[in-house]
Write a protein that binds this ligand. Structure first.
Ligand SMILES: [Zn+2]
Ligand SMILES: [Zn+2]
Length: 231
């Protein structure tokens, strides 16, 4: 891998889902696997980088919703990379199904209710995860300077990744489809989610990369948090 690719974050946008590649001297970390059709976007970004699926050395799934796991079976097959997930999401991966989450506001609850009626809502090709973690986990053994951190709330087993150079891959723990609308429209446990946010404020972060939307300047997130939650 070219030196300029090291520690570089490459976004892969596919529909409303965002996935990320994070470079290290040994290869790429892939965060999440998008929708079922996202495999095309993953492979085309890799070829733009002059890389191949085999250059992915680890796949971390932030949580089991089908917009993060749709192309997982395919990219795992193509790359041969191990799949890491939290224990609370492992059964969903193996089943190829995870229920739609609860809306965090009345309008979203109605939208989720309607979306759940669609055939195959929440389903994806099943995958047996290789590394099932219970707590924060150092990624150095996989060749990456960072750690997977446990961020329950959006789902019971949501994970983030914090790299040594201050990138946070946060899955759906924060959203950024609309400027400064960070609160996820869906969460299984809003209290736990707010605890996870609080925890992140203690971390050394520069930029957060959400599962949906644009990168988040962390200083701006801190300001927003204090405006919204401090009395
Ligand atoms: Zn989600
Ligand atoms: Zn999502």
């Amino acid at each position: 891998m070219a030196e300029q690719e090291q520690n570089k974050v490459v976004s892969i946008h596919s529909g409303k889902a965002s996935m990320y590649l994070y470079g290290s001297p040994s290869g790429y970390l892939l965060v999440d696997a998008g929708l079922k059709k996202s495999i095309k976007d993953i492979t085309s970004v890799l070829s733009r980088l002059n890389a191949k699926p085999g250059d992915i050395k680890l796949i971390v799934i932030t949580h089991g919703h089908s917009d993060h796991t749709g192309s997982l079976a395919e990219i795992k097959r193509l790359s041969g990379a191990p799949v890491m997930v939290h224990a609370h999401e492992a059964a969903s991966l193996e089943a190829g199904f995870k229920d739609m989450p609860k809306g965090t506001g009345p309008l979203w609850r109605i939208m989720i209710g309607l979306a759940s009626l669609a055939p195959k809502a929440g389903s994806f090709p099943p995958v047996k995860p290789d590394v099932v973690i219970q707590e924060d986990t150092d990624l150095a053994p996989y060749g990456f300077n960072g750690r997977a951190v446990f961020l329950p709330g959006h789902t019971a087993g949501s994970l983030g990744i914090i790299t040594e150079d201050g990138a946070l891959f946060c899955g759906d723990t924060l959203f950024h489809l609309i400027r400064r609308r960070y609160y996820p429209p869906f969460a299984d446990d809003s209290e736990a989610l707010q605890e996870s946010w609080k925890r992140l404020l203690d971390e050394d972060i520069r930029t957060a990369y959400p599962g949906h939307g644009d990168p988040i300047d962390w200083e701006d997130f801190r300001r927003y948090y204090h405006e919204r939650f401090s009395s």
